[in-house]
Design a protein around this ligand. Structure first.
Ligand code: MG
Length: 292
């Protein structure tokens, strides 16, 4: 299934996207349930309950406005830093070239606040030069947890994955670099485009798919998820050590090589840019960049 959250005739609905991506069939959720977006579906699925019936005929996708599948996550979005071999290499050769830091034994994990999630097509707002002048994109496969759990072992980890979506882990590099923890530079308003929908795990093997990112039509990132340093089961095992993962938790799994910071010289996002991310088996997430 592909589950989308969207606005139609002034209200939020949740629906099933057709296989060809041309239409979406709204599900008969109450307005209160639909307000939670795809979380309404995840919560049913996580306890083995069936979806509600269709609320009406399929709507052409062109006649609705997609929102982030989970417009407001229950809590922070989990994120993993420096998690593709080729990306770690580009950082060693550029920003960290005077550092002798060994590849880390454990994943780098940080979070983005729920309020920074925005819809496909919604603008990423540059915060102004007084706040940051180094805004960068990061195309990422994001895992959506279905059944929650604590101390989830690698062997069972994939059975906790309900689906996948795309996240752009937009980052203020100067702010990221000056703090030991990355949350501030990763959580600016509008810095978490998410979408276009969630593809359920039965339809996509997230452990082997292709992640690409274009800026203004120029291909910048192109990798497959087997290049992950810490694979999806390891990330779920790590995030759930001593912490109960909840249905609907989102884990952004890290970005491939080709970020703006890794270019020589670095290239930062500017007003008028467009960032387009495509992940095979999911779809396209595209957002313009504008001055706030
Ligand atoms: Mg990232």
């Amino acid at each position: 299934m592909r589950i989308a959250t969207f606005q139609h005739q002034g209200r939020r609905q949740v629906g099933l996207v057709a296989a060809d991506g041309s239409s979406v069939t709204p599900l008969a959720f109450t307005a209160e349930e639909a307000a939670r977006g795809a979380l309404a579906v995840v919560d049913l699925a996580s306890v083995g309950r069936a979806l509600p019936p269709a609320a009406g005929p399929a709507l052409p996708l062109a006649e609705v406005r997609l929102e982030a599948p989970i417009p407001r996550p229950r809590r922070n979005v989990w994120c993993v830093g420096r998690n593709y071999h080729a990306h770690a290499k580009e950082l060693r050769e550029t920003v960290f070239k005077n550092s002798n830091a060994d590849p880390q034994a454990w994943p780098i994990v940080f979070t983005k606040v729920p309020e920074c999630v925005i819809a496909p097509g919604a603008p990423v707002r540059l915060p102004g030069a007084a706040v940051s002048t180094q805004i960068d994109y990061e195309a990422e496969l994001a895992v959506v947890i279905g059944r929650g759990g604590r101390n989830i072992g690698r062997a069972e980890a994939m059975s906790h994955v309900w689906g996948y979506t795309i996240v752009n882990d937009v980052t203020a590099r100067d702010v990221q670099m000056r703090h030991q923890q990355w949350d501030l530079g990763k959580s600016f308003d509008t810095f978490c485009p998410m979408g276009p929908w969630i593809v359920t795990a039965d339809e996509l093997d997230g452990t082997d798919t292709r992640v690409r990112c274009w800026v203004n039509g120029e291909l910048r990132q192109d990798a497959r998820t087997p290049d992950l340093i810490f694979d999806l089961p390891t990330l779920i095992e790590t995030c759930s050590r001593g912490i109960t993962l909840l249905p609907g938790d989102v884990i952004a799994t890290g970005t491939p090589a080709g970020v703006g910071m890794g270019l020589n010289p670095p290239v930062w996002l500017r007003h008028g840019d467009t960032v387009r991310i495509e992940i095979d088996g999911i779809g396209v997430l595209e957002n313009p960049v504008i001055d706030a």
